[in-house]
Design a protein around this ligand. Structure first.
Ligand code: GLN
Length: 305
């Protein structure tokens, strides 16, 4: 197995070490507020099975909105194009937890990667499986090969205690009939999904199906080639919220961030990456994470552009 990019990762880790501005960890729940902006890990998973990394690439952290990608993949695989009647696929240009567009769009969120959209996807998945968060966890375990991967109960409980805005989004969409799971159940499922603990290694490996055009780790097909392309496209245009334009400009890969400080990225047909550092910019994306991915695609020339 090739470790083609290890020297590149080592160079990036050294450069990140010298990064003066690191951002601030999310502070809406204690578990995230305790994050150290100087923590840094980065992993690459190549399609031949090689997985390697630098820094704290094997340390578990709170995955948060990165899991929205896996929820979308499971819902799209089961529901097909009908899913897009419930959630759009346009960049929002607004913060990830914004309410403003929902009223004039009659309860149909702009895309699956803002909180409103992810709540709708969780609703669809829960209707289809009867256990949205359990099916997500099982999928992540199977794809990452880490069978200990799990929710963090304390994080899930804190999300619930500080979840007024997500509750407002869910109730508002329910008023338009675009959410049918009882809101308390839906929120429990959504907060569990946000609370998944995983490492850069786990997430880079688990994202592999998007680099393999929809084919899972065991060789079976989850998504059609077209659906895998669609998810990669929505990641590129919406995966980093109202900074998606800047992320495409700097990194040029489908990517998805979370407020725990992780970002996953896909080089279709080649490899997947995950980077983690808890210091965020004002839009909720990891400062060191975006910088590291920017360096990766600049040094290797591997971007979709
Ligand atoms: N738990 C966070 C929320 O629902 C996830 C947001 C994120 O990672 N962008 O607000």
């Amino acid at each position: 197995m090739m470790h083609s990019f290890l020297p590149v990762l080592e160079r990036i880790a050294e450069e990140i070490e010298g990064l003066a501005v690191r951002g601030r960890p999310a502070d809406y729940i204690p578990a995230l507020a305790a994050g150290d902006p100087r923590s840094f890990g980065m992993a690459v998973a190549e399609l031949d099975g090689a997985v390697y990394g630098v820094g704290e690439w094997q340390r578990p952290f709170s995955t948060q909105s990165v899991t929205k990608v896996f929820g979308l993949a499971l819902a799209l695989a089961r529901e097909g194009d009908a899913l897009w009647e419930h959630v759009g696929r346009e960049p929002s240009g607004n913060p990830f937890n914004s309410l403003v567009q929902l009223e004039y769009e009659r309860g149909v969120p702009r895309n699956p990667f803002i909180n409103a959209g992810a709540l709708v996807v969780t609703d669809r998945l829960h209707r289809l499986t009867g256990d949205a968060s359990g099916s997500l966890r099982d999928f992540l375990r199977a794809e990452s090969g880490n069978h200990d991967l799990d929710f963090d109960r304390d994080v899930a409980a804190s999300e619930g205690e500080h979840g007024d805005r997500n509750a407002a989004l869910a109730h508002f969409m329910a008023s338009y009939g675009n959410i049918t799971t009882p809101v308390p159940t839906l929120l429990r499922e959504y907060f569990r999904q946000c609370s998944v603990e995983a490492s850069c290694a786990d997430l880079a490996v688990a994202t592999g199906f998007l680099a393999r055009h929809g084919v899972r780790a065991d060789g079976s097909r989850l998504l059609t080639r077209s659906q895998a392309k669609q998810i990669n496209a929505v990641m590129l245009t919406c995966g980093t919220y109202d900074a998606a334009g800047d992320f495409a400009y700097r990194v040029g890969l489908p990517g998805k961030s979370g407020v725990g400080g992780a970002i996953i990225a896909v080089v279709p047909g080649r490899c997947t990456l995950c980077v983690w550092s808890p210091g965020l910019d004002e839009r909720g994306n990891s400062v060191a994470g975006v910088a590291a991915l920017d360096r990766f695609t600049t040094i290797t020339g591997l971007s979709v552009f």
